[in-house]
Design a protein around this ligand. Structure first.
Ligand code: PAN
Ligand code: ZN
Length: 191
């Protein structure tokens, strides 16, 4: 698997192939299967049963060569596949940046959204191709595929922000996103 480049990074061009989400040159690729999302879905029985049966890939993240180090600005392409577990739409694990800094997402393909939660307030942002979602410092974020095709977006974030996944497991995410006969239904997240 490719690794991040070591600073100092020279100026360089990156090609993005939107249909595959591939970057060239590319850094590390992360594949998240359903079993990697332990504790994320509300319906634990549906989760255990689907993990035991097919354990599908829920999303992948292809990073550029730019490393997650101070003063750099890493980018990645996330593809969330369409689907649900116990009617709860496929999602990313979700995280808080321990060093609170802003981040931008840019919709590339498919339809989805971002759940944002700062520990008190919760927000939903619709993301589709051409739309930018701004994640302010201090807001945990989780992405959802709301459609029937893969949902892809570009993320650009400060290299020193870090990723805290335990924050979301401990404090929740504000909303949960469900499919109801093809329609998105947001419900309050109960810890
Ligand atoms: C994104 C996310 C990516 C995967 O690049 O890391 O969409 O989501 P999880 O990290 O929650 O699994 C980002 O927000 N970076 O900061
Ligand atoms: Zn982030």
């Amino acid at each position: 698997m490719s690794q991040y480049a070591k600073p100092p990074i020279q100026p360089f061009e990156i090609s993005l192939d939107i249909p595959t989400g591939a970057l060239s040159p590319a850094g590390p690729t992360l594949i998240r299967k359903l079993s990697d999302l332990e504790g994320c879905f509300e319906n634990k029985e549906a989760f255990q049963s689907e993990v035991a049966q097919t354990n599908p890939i829920v999303y992948q993240v292809i990073s550029s060569l730019v490393p997650e180090t101070a003063r750099e600005l890493p980018q990645s392409i996330t593809t969330i596949y369409p689907g649900s577990c116990g009617d709860e739409l496929y999602m990313t694990k979700g995280h808080q940046h321990p060093d609170p800094q802003g981040e931008i997402y840019y919709g590339l393909e498919g339809t989805g959204g971002i759940i944002l939660f700062d520990g008190k307030e919760k927000k939903w942002l619709d993301i589709s191709p051409g739309k930018i979602g701004y994640i302010p410092p201090g807001w945990a974020h989780r992405s959802i595929n709301t459609g029937s095709t893969p949902y892809k977006f570009l993320a650009v974030y400060p290299g020193s922000a870090g990723h805290d996944y335990g924050w979301v497991l401990a404090k929740g995410m504000g909303f949960r996103a469900f499919d109801s006969n093809g329609k998105l239904v947001l419900k309050d997240f109960v810890i």
